[in-house]
Design a protein around this ligand. Structure first.
Ligand code: NDP
Length: 443
């Protein structure tokens, strides 16, 4: 037996942590959905009641989901104004991706607008959130299982750096016969822990021809679904109270800006950790298809059942906070993307850099000289602005801010580990020049 390669540390507490998260994440999502519509809306208390299967399971909700996924897949496959290349893969190849997410958003809006004019009852959507979330959870489990099975026949070069607890280096050789005559020797990879690998995702870029499942799910059905749910909540509020509240307008406007921005700058997703490092397994599938639309719309859900009075001065202050957050978030993300695409672009050519042994450079001035993750700082400031319209009477609408802070602190630590592995001493030098991670002088 050849010796086994060094094992990278397992993330999220290994198989046990992965199993716990697979229960905890859907349970939290259902808890939030139930609590948002309850009178006391207590984030930390028990759920107001446990719904029976008849309240969760609805073939109509499942059909709606398939129709939604089908529509988004059809829009994905429409001709795109640009086809972008992804980062270089292990086998030195690069995949191609259509850049037509914003077009998909606009076409979806047009189609829904026409549908509403023709009598589509969009304002009935809020009543279906529980069965829709249940259908999304089922789809996430089944889809992740299919992806896991597909990964078993994928070549080793297609596997993600994380999510393959068994693939840490050849542990021996396997002999395979071709037609029963000649024997071939293949490196043998230890099988890994199926629970952990199912959760993290084994294959980096599972796709069928041009339809890249991870890239497709990352920004389209879930993100566009999120703003659609928000809009349906706004319409239902208008029906209930005569017109949508200012708080509801703000939450809808801010989150539409966020989703529109993500789709407008769709190409930027190709350099994010989700696309370049993480496999496509339950963590991302559930996150993209269920967690994002049903928990990110929590503020709008809360506002429908707990209207809040919001004066113009407070609304203006909240808009200013969102604008500051967006300015930092967009500035930092665009600066890094411009630099990664072309370091001699005049917009970034004057920035200070550190060279690394990989040939890539790290920015040490501009946004990336302020803290090591200025984009996270902007994102967190926006998260605060999305919660503030919901007032200070309940903790529930601040769930997103709390969860997102935990997610980004953890994500930042994961990214640091990966960057230290990639860039070694150069990364340490960067950390010395830019000592704060997310918030200047604090963290
Ligand atoms: P980032 O866009 O922050 O990318 C991190 C990578 O950037 C590093 O791995 C490194 O990769 C590169 N990098 C780090 N420092 C430097 C530097 N000084 N100079 C040049 N390159 C550097 O990763 P994320 O995917 O975490 O975030 C993308 C955006 O998505 C963020 O704005 C984040 O807030 C947002 N996000 C939102 C979520 C949500 O649910 N709303 C969830 C997760 C993220 P390399 O060197 O290989 O290029």
């Amino acid at each position: 037996m050849a010796s086994q390669g060094p094992r990278a540390p397992l993330e999220f507490g290994g198989p046990l942590g992965a199993a716990a998260l697979m229960l905890l994440l859907p349970a939290t999502m259902f808890h939030l959905l139930l609590v948002a519509r309850s009178g006391p809306a207590r984030l930390l208390g028990p759920p107001p009641y446990l719904p029976g299967l008849e309240e969760l399971w609805s073939p109509r909700a499942l059909l709606l989901w398939f129709a939604w996924l089908g529509l988004q897949a059809a829009l994905y496959l429409l001709p795109a104004h640009k086809v972008a290349e992804g980062q270089e893969l292990k086998d030195k190849s690069r995949l191609q991706y259509p850049i037509n997410g914003f077009q998909a958003l606009v076409l979806t809006a047009l189609l829904l607008g026409l549908g509403v004019l023709a009598g589509l009852p969009l304002d009935a959507l809020p009543e279906m959130l529980l069965p829709l979330a249940f259908a999304a959870t089922l789809i996430a489990f089944i889809f992740s299982l299919l992806l896991y099975l597909k990964s078993q026949v994928a070549p080793a070069s297609a596997l993600a750096p994380g999510g393959n607890s068994g693939e840490r280096g050849p542990s021996g050789v396997r002999m395979e016969a071709d037609g029963g005559t000649r024997l071939h020797f293949h490196p043998l990879y230890s099988p890994g822990n199926p629970i952990y690998d199912f959760f993290m995702g084994r294959e980096l870029n599972p796709r069928i021809h041009f339809l890249d499942f991870k890239y497709f799910c990352e920004l389209r059905p879930g993100l566009i679904g999120w703003v659609l749910i928000n809009l349906a909540l706004l319409m239902q509020e208008a029906e209930l109270r005569g017109s949508p509240s200012l708080a509801m307008w703000l939450v809808n406007g801010f989150q539409l800006l966020y989703v529109g921005d993500a789709l407008w700058y769709e190409e930027a997703v190709l350099t994010t950790m989700d696309i370049t490092h993480d496999g496509f397994g339950f963590m991302l599938v559930f996150g993209d298809l269920a967690w994002v639309p049903f928990t990110y719309s929590l503020q709008a859900q809360f506002l429908l059942h707990h209207p809040q009075a919001l004066g113009l001065p407070m609304a203006s202050a909240i808009c200013l906070i969102n604008a500051v957050g967006y300015y930092i978030f967009r500035g930092a993300n665009s600066q890094k993307n411009t630099f990664r695409k072309n370091p001699s672009d005049p917009r970034v050519a004057d920035l200070k850099t550190i060279s690394t042994a990989t040939g890539r450079q790290l920015l040490v001035s501009g946004w990336w000289g302020m803290v090591r993750h200025p984009n996270y700082l902007g994102d967190l400031i926006m998260a605060l602005a999305w919660s503030l319209p919901c007032g200070a009477s309940h903790l529930l609408p601040y769930f997103y801010l709390l969860y997102f802070t935990a997610l980004l602190v953890h994500r930042e630590a994961r990214d640091e580990r990966q960057c230290l592995q990639k860039y070694g001493l150069a990364w340490r030098e960067y950390c010395q020049c830019v000592p704060y991670r997310i918030v200047p002088y604090i963290y």
